[in-house]
Design a binder for this molecule. Structure first.
Ligand code: TGC
Ligand code: FAD
Length: 408
């Protein structure tokens, strides 16, 4: 990680002076969390960090400005084994949960949109097919998705209220040997570019997951335009107008809300790591900027108030790193509880959003320019704090755990 941070090159504020070399500690990892990683985990982190430095950072600002998802990166992401990395077999890497977390962290150091893309493909599409799918569904989709030749999306949220998926209106009815699907989904990452959508629908047999393929008659997935957040990511609506689906398109292994909610636990786990990367990118840029920005006769980094703000960022990043690593070790030991995931997603996204906003302010007027990373991360994190359960939803999950009372 230290290496990757050093390699990521100077931001606009970094050019006037050489970087400091007298640090005893890595400012982005004050508690040396890196030394807690196994050799394999560290290798995964370094590999993804190099990809982000070499291939993501040079293009991502322009993608964000142009509202364009960098689809050309998909083959390299696949070649690195980042799709479905926790799955064993089917051409997947079979990595542990800490490695998956580190993948999310490094990708989000580049941009939340790229991490979203990999989260959805891995945790929200490949995971349910692997967990709840038939052998034929697994054979058909998992190897192609691991190779990046098939892209997936996950349709749970509906326009009338995403926080309460139990109120979904999209429904499927049996007709002859087939199913007929009607309804719509909103705010769906990857929707327009997906070859297959995992769509959750109400049926007479409970909430079931359907694999809906691009081009099926009655299915459309228009992109949502004019987003001010996650602009380097595709977000779509999904419409189903009497879409006829064979029985073989139903995920046989689940018929309740437990299906989609268990996918969310996987994705939220990864999201707890991701924003650590955004926050590190912001702090790294601020350390350089405050060293070279001279106001009232001395660099900003010599001012007490600035040091307090930088120290507070390091404090919060350190706490988030320790929290996610512990969460990953619990997950790998099979001891993860969804409430712990909620606490981590809440804490770490809030941490990163606050840091990105504070960095934007410390840059003064320059902070509103995409030449510096904080405003892009800040805008992205406004989505991250909303999707996969809003901050309030996660607070209420923890509240329910503490009191035994559901206050939704
Ligand atoms: P509740 O009655 O509590 O539970 C229903 C069933 O689900 C089980 N369950 C879980 N299972 C696994 N993991 C979890 N986290 C689970 N939470 C609940 C539960 O045991 C029960 O099972 P069973 O077998 O007894 O039926 O459900 P509820 O209706 O009271 O809802 C609780 C609540 C509010 C927490 C839930 O609805 C919720 O999480 N709402 C937020 C919805 C959300 O997060 N949507 C995200 C959509 S996907 C997305 O945003 C992708 S962004 C992608 C990207 O770009 O990265
Ligand atoms: P609402 O549920 O209407 O919430 C509105 C407000 O009410 C929020 O502040 C919320 O915290 C608050 N609130 C909700 N319940 C309570 C309560 N009980 N008490 C107090 N306050 C409450 N969904 C998918 O299915 N798949 C995807 O791939 C996907 N990708 C997304 C990508 C982006 C960029 C975005 C922005 C969203 C995406 N979503 C996706 C949808 C996302 O999960 C929802 O936006 C989110 O769950 C919130 O639902 P909502 O937008 O309908 O807000």
């Amino acid at each position: 990680m230290v290496e990757s941070v050093k390699k990521s090159g100077p931001g606009p504020g970094q050019e006037a002076r050489p970087a400091r070399t007298d640090r005893a500690l890595d400012p982005l990892d004050l508690f040396d969390v890196r030394s807690e990683l196994s050799e394999d985990e560290a290798l995964v982190q370094d590999t993804v960090a190099r990809f982000v430095d070499d291939q993501v950072l040079p293009v991502i600002r322009e993608c964000f400005e142009q509202h364009r998802f960098p689809q050309e990166l998909i083959p390299e992401i696949a070649a690195l084994g980042l799709f479905g990395s926790s799955i064993e077999g089917y051409g997947c890497a079979g990595l542990n949960s800490v490695a998956y977390g580190l993948i999310c962290q490094e990708l989000e150091r580049g941009d939340s949109g790229l991490r979203s893309f990999v989260s959805v493909q891995s945790s929200l599409v490949m995971y349910p097919i692997h967990e709840f799918g038939s052998d034929a569904q697994k054979d058909r989709w998992l190897p192609a998705m691991a190779r990046g030749e098939a892209i997936g999306c996950f349709g749970l949220t509906e326009a009338h209220g995403g926080s309460d998926p139990a109120s979904m209106k999209t429904h499927a009815r049996r007709q002859g040997g087939d199913w007929v699907l009607n309804g719509s989904k909103m705010w769906i990452t990857n929707g327009t570019i997906a070859d297959v959508a995992v769509v959750w629908a109400r049926t007479d047999e409970g909430i079931r997951g359907f694999l809906v393929e691009r081009g099926m008659p009655g299915f459309s997935a228009p992109e949502i335009e004019n987003k001010m957040s996650l602009r380097a990511s595709v977000t779509s609506a999904l419409f189903f107008d009497n879409v006829r689906l064979p029985e073989s398109s139903v995920l046989p292994g689940v018929s309740s809300l437990r299906g989609p909610l268990s996918c969310l636990s996987q994705a939220r786990y990864g999201i707890s790591w991701g924003p650590i990367g955004s926050a590190q990118a912001c702090l790294q840029e601020m350390l350089a900027y405050t060293e070279t920005r001279v106001l009232f006769g001395s660099p900003l980094s010599h001012k007490q108030l600035i040091q307090v703000r930088l120290a507070d960022m390091a404090r919060r990043i350190t706490a988030a790193q320790l929290l996610s690593l512990r969460l990953g070790r619990l997950k790998d030991a099979g001891r993860l509880h969804p409430t712990q995931v909620s606490l981590a997603k809440w804490n770490n996204v809030r941490m990163a959003l606050d840091i990105a906003r504070d960095c934007r302010d410390m840059l003064g007027g320059s902070g509103i320019s995409a030449e510096y990373v904080p405003v892009r991360h800040m805008l992205n994190l406004e989505s991250v704090i909303t999707y996969e359960g809003t901050e309030s939803v996660h607070q209420l999950v923890v509240g329910k755990e503490l009191t035994g009372v559901s206050a939704f």
